[in-house]
Design a protein around this ligand. Structure first.
Ligand code: 5GP
Ligand code: MG
Length: 245
């Protein structure tokens, strides 16, 4: 018995890799599948199945960045960010975008040698859970007052740029005096929304990511794989084509 999960846009592997031809659920808009129907055993999610068949990472096609490579790069980004934040007259507010940025944020701020506040926002780019609107909305807002503050938005991936654009507009409306973006991964090849940093804001990134759907180090597929300490590409066998509709 299988359960069919219709995944949001953010849960889609790269075009030409996993988009099943003729699958109505995987409609293409702007050259990218918007939803994918995944067949999972009713009581065992894909990661659990992979774990049962061997290592917890049995579903990973290949590793793009190891735990050691990530740690080394995060230290470099933190050093650059720390040097910039130490020049500010008052502490910055570091805003993590839940849930994907939680590990990067935690590793980053522990290595930033400057006073700072930490808060989270949640942004979702789909309404009914199946179709990405391309217009993200804030579903969980900040607690910290950012008026007159320098804000650093911390993301797992900047992909199309829609989420970051939306967050920058939101933070600007709240009166942030300057806004930087610090993303663990950057997929510039897929950018469709060009976002504008505010004031003295800077763009920091860990790695440039090739056009694959990646998981691990906070990033999920159907809410799984976030706990992998490295970043990898999922095996194609982890996805099942839906031919029933
Ligand atoms: P945007 O397209 O708005 O720039 O990115 C929206 C969100 O989609 C990202 O913050 C990230 O959470 C998710 N996303 C984009 N690409 C990937 C990917 O390759 N893997 C995973 N797990 N999430 C992704
Ligand atoms: Mg994200």
């Amino acid at each position: 018995m299988t359960t069919l999960l219709a995944l949001p846009d953010s849960g889609i592997p790269p075009r030409n890799s996993f988009a099943p031809p003729g699958n109505k659920s995987a409609s293409l808009r702007g050259g990218r599948p918007r939803t994918l129907t995944l067949a999972l055993p009713a009581s065992r999610p894909a990661q659990a199945t992979a774990m049962a068949s061997g290592a917890p990472d049995a579903g990973i096609e290949r590793v793009l960045w190891t735990e050691a490579e990530i740690a080394a790069r995060v230290a470099e980004v933190a050093a650059e960010l720390g040097a910039d934040l130490r020049r500010l007259r008052e502490p910055a507010v570091v805003v993590g975008v839940a849930t994907g940025a939680f590990l990067f944020l935690a590793d980053l701020v522990r290595r930033v040698d400057a006073p700072l506040a930490v808060d989270f926002v949640r942004a979702e780019s789909y309404g009914d859970g199946t179709e990405s609107s391309g217009r993200p909305r804030i579903t969980s807002d900040l607690k910290v007052d950012v008026a007159g503050k320098h804000v650093v938005v911390v993301e797992d991936i900047v992909d199309t740029g829609n989420t970051v654009s939306c967050l920058i507009a939101h933070l600007e409306k709240k009166g942030a005096s300057s806004i930087s973006v610090c993303t663990f991964l950057d997929k510039p090849a897929r950018r469709s929304a060009n976002f504008q940093l505010v004031g003295d804001g800077k763009f920091y990134r860990g790695f440039e990511c090739p056009d694959y759907f990646v998981v691990g180090y906070g990033m999920d597929f159907a809410e799984l794989y976030r706990n992998l300490p490295y970043v990898g590409v999922l095996k194609i066998e982890m996805y099942k084509k839906d031919t029933s509709n």
